[in-house]
Design a protein around this ligand. Structure first.
Ligand code: RIB
Ligand code: CA
Length: 313
């Protein structure tokens, strides 16, 4: 069977980088057409630099990285250095990348890569604020109908928010972009905090990663160890959620997840609940189900998959 073509839109902190590395380690199942970067965890120059650093560490510099939006559609950028460090990749010093960014603006590249293939071929894997995706949808009105699926890490149902009491970071940073994406008509699968908070990167799991014994797994042992500190202190858990790789894990092993279709809309007006993903789980409104919401994950199977694939690089 031909590998599934995907584009990964990302704001690398380490969980993002693990996502596209797991995808690159799975050539039989996935064809990574491009990595596109956006401002989010840290400003665009740093998210782009971190993507290139991770690809160089993995020896996969043939993978093209295109930079995209440096700010949300309508708001000032909110970043998360308090979680990921000033660089977004604190915890392990990787050399500055020598690989250049590929020429092109990510939203335009997304349109070109999708529209040059047959309808229903390409899947967008979204790990960050959805600014690039919303811009691509605005540039090419046929894009939504040409996509196989949009799989995104973001939002929250009954778990509450992680950046405000109501909102998850990727949605909160650019709620207008998220609203446009959820309303675009493409098949959408959303992996919210309800799911990713079940997938904690514990010390035991990190030790298993380190035991693989490659320079890449050693680096990501330290990067992920740093990355989970904030959430461990915040939530009092033995580990931090490994959010973004759930997107690629869903493509590789959908049996690890469960959920159902529901209507989801994004709050873009209220200052109290800005960025909240309002999930009509019990169909109490007339609003049409537009998203497959994944609420549960087999965390053991997930980490086994992630560690196995990283060990192949
Ligand atoms: O809320 C979690 C999301 O915010 C993840 O994508 C993480 O990388 C950060 O971007
Ligand atoms: Ca991310």
């Amino acid at each position: 069977m031909k590998p599934r073509p995907i584009i990964i839109d990302t704001d690398p902190s380490p969980d993002d980088a693990v996502t596209f590395l797991v995808a690159l380690a799975s050539p039989a199942e996935l064809e990574v057409l491009a990595v596109t970067t956006v401002a989010g965890n840290v400003p665009l120059p740093l998210t782009s630099k971190n993507a290139l650093k991770a690809l160089e560490l993995a020896g996969r510099t043939e993978t093209r990285v295109f930079a995209g939006a440096s700010a949300p559609l309508m708001r000032r950028l909110v970043t998360a250095e308090h979680v990921h460090g000033r660089t977004g990749f604190d915890g392990y010093d990787l050399p500055d990348p020598v690989t250049p960014l590929a020429p092109g603006f990510a939203p335009e590249v997304i349109v070109d890569l999708v529209m040059c293939r047959e309808p229903g071929e390409v899947t967008l894997c979204c790990l960050a604020p959805l600014t690039n995706i919303a811009l691509a949808l605005a540039k090419e009105p046929r894009l939504a109908g040409h996509l196989r699926e949009i799989v995104l890490m973001g939002g929250s149902f009954s778990e509450g928010g992680n950046v405000t009491p109501a909102a998850e970071f990727n949605i909160y940073v650019d709620p207008e972009a998220a609203a446009k994406v959820l309303d675009c008509g493409a098949p959408i699968t959303m992996i919210p905090l309800d799911c990713t908070h079940q997938a904690l990167n514990t010390q035991a799991r990190l030790d298993k990663l380190r035991a693989v014994g490659t320079p890449l797994t050693e680096a990501f042992y330290h990067l992920l160890k740093f990355n989970k500190m904030f959430d461990e202190q915040k939530y009092g858990w033995e580990g931090g959620p490994l959010h973004d790789p759930t997107v690629v894990a869903y493509l590789l092993a959908p049996h690890l997840f469960s959920g159902r279709k529901a209507n989801i809309v994004v709050e873009c007006a209220s200052s109290l609940t800005l960025g909240m993903t309002v999930v009509d789980w019990w169909s109490v409104t007339e609003r049409k189900p537009n998203v497959q919401l994944l609420r549960n994950i087999d965390a053991h199977g997930y980490f086994d998959l992630v560690i196995d694939r990283l060990s192949r690089l």
